[in-house]
Design a protein around this ligand. Structure first.
Ligand SMILES: [Zn+2]
Length: 438
């Protein structure tokens, strides 16, 4: 048993330069949610070459109708063309056309538990800083896709997934059970996980593990944190108000002012009474409206989100928000359409698995571990995975891969210490070996 860990650690140490190279290559070609076509094709290529028994791509990964916040078809087609030009794998690229991104690699190792590992692969709509001291600039691996950046470390997550895949396939004769590596699209905006769960890929999974790079400018050494793993439930909505245009001087009374409906909604959304027993959040992050100074505005759109640390609190916020936008539209005789473009559940780690993660990673991988404190920080659609697995009596742990970061997450200056790559590979590999070699 201890030999298996020894081999994992040795292989992980040896692949350090390859991990950096892989991550930097992915960093140069960031792709937004449902557009990770180049990325998906390259992941599938690697898994196939590693010898995975099954490599699922395209429509076999996500349930088409459950994909949330899908970009328009023209945009998806543009991204497909770009992926073609940017060196996507020709065998696997066609399956991604139309926003069918994500990859699942499966290893069948006989009788034993089914273990799923989740890695998210998408980037953010951000422009990377031009600051010469920013490491990706200094070393020449900054984003080549204007307005898109891996500013949340998912280039690292993808790399960790591939490194883990390589190690686990090489020790497959010592593993018992089924291993599923899930490379999930569209985590940003919590849009992708649901479609993978709906496709049934988490059914029958006994253990699911996920992780996120974490840390700040004050952190120096790498560590792994696993605690209760609480994340906020959230609902993301796009709300469109449709009114009627009219001349603002001649006949304003003939118009129906969509802008007034929208701004009425914004002020009232931020005034939703807070929930007594739980933490809640609401934010309207974007408002676009109108076409010119002397016209009554006939079109306005809000992008908003609500959150709650319990399912009920989030539902309360969602229902209240829905009522407000409908009432605001009625006030100004406009029509309103609400589109649900993303959602996540509350997630909780299984205490037993969390404890095992801390123990095994410390003892077998030699990485310092800590019990990460509860924080009401963000939302994660990994929660769809954990919920499904726990509902079936399985266990889930979402842990933090803590490293020094050059700037805040979701920021043009973001970069992370690549020690997180090798730590991530070690953590996922020793945990899989522990769960499948018992
Ligand atoms: Zn992220």
């Amino acid at each position: 048993m201890s030999e298996i860990y020894h081999k994992i650690i040795q292989m992980a140490e040896e692949m350090k330069p390859d991990l950096s190279k892989q991550r930097r290559c992915l960093h140069q070609y960031p792709e937004l949610g449902w557009c990770e076509m180049r990325t998906s094709s390259l992941i599938a290529r690697k898994l196939k070459d590693f010898g995975y028994d099954e490599v699922l791509v395209g429509k076999d990964v996500c349930d088409a109708a459950s994909r949330m916040g899908l970009p328009p078809q023209e945009e998806l087609e543009l991204q497909y063309r770009r992926a073609e030009k940017q060196g996507a794998d020709p065998e696997f690229l066609p399956a991604t056309r139309g926003g069918f991104t994500g990859v699942i690699g499966i290893l069948h190792c006989g009788e034993g538990p089914t273990v799923a590992l989740r890695f998210d692969i998408d980037a953010l709509p951000l422009t990377e800083t031009l600051e010469p001291s920013h490491l990706p600039n200094a070393l020449g691996f900054s984003s080549r896709n204007p307005g898109v950046m891996h500013a949340c470390g998912h280039d690292g997550h993808t790399t960790i997934g591939l490194g883990t895949a390589k190690i686990l396939v090489s020790i497959r004769d010592q593993l018992h059970g089924t291993l599923k590596l899930i490379f999930q699209p569209a985590e940003e905006g919590v849009r992708g996980a649901k479609s993978i769960v709906e496709k049934g890929h988490l059914d029958g999974v006994d253990y699911v593990l996920g992780a996120h790079l974490n840390g700040g400018t004050d952190k120096t050494a790498g560590s792994i944190g696993a605690g209760r793993g609480t994340t906020l439930a959230t609902t993301k909505m796009d709300v469109t108000f449709s009114g009627k245009a009219a001349h603002a001087g001649m006949s304003p009374e003939k118009g129906k002012n969509a802008m007034l409906a929208a701004v009425t909604a914004v002020l009232n959304l931020h005034a939703i009474p807070r929930f007594g027993d739980a933490a809640t959040r609401v934010n309207v992050g974007k408002l676009t409206a109108g076409s010119g100074r002397n016209m009554i505005c006939d079109h306005a759109k809000l992008e908003l989100e609500v959150r709650g640390n319990t399912a009920e609190a989030n539902q309360y916020m969602e229902d209240y928000a829905h009522r407000i936008v409908c009432a605001a539209a009625a006030m100004h005789d406009c029509k309103v359409k609400t589109e649900f473009v993303g959602s996540a559940k509350c997630s909780l780690n299984s205490p037993e698995l969390s404890e095992l993660v801390r123990k095994v990673i410390l003892e077998k991988a030699g990485i310092p571990t800590l019990s990460s404190p509860d924080g009401l920080t963000g939302s994660e659609d990994y929660s769809y995975f954990s919920e499904r697995v726990q509902q079936q009596g399985g266990q889930s742990c979402y842990f933090l891969n803590i490293v020094h970061c050059a700037g805040p997450f979701h920021n043009p200056e973001f970069d992370f210490d690549e020690v997180g790559l090798v730590n991530g590979v070690k953590a996922f590999s020793v945990m899989s070996a522990n769960l499948m070699n018992a």
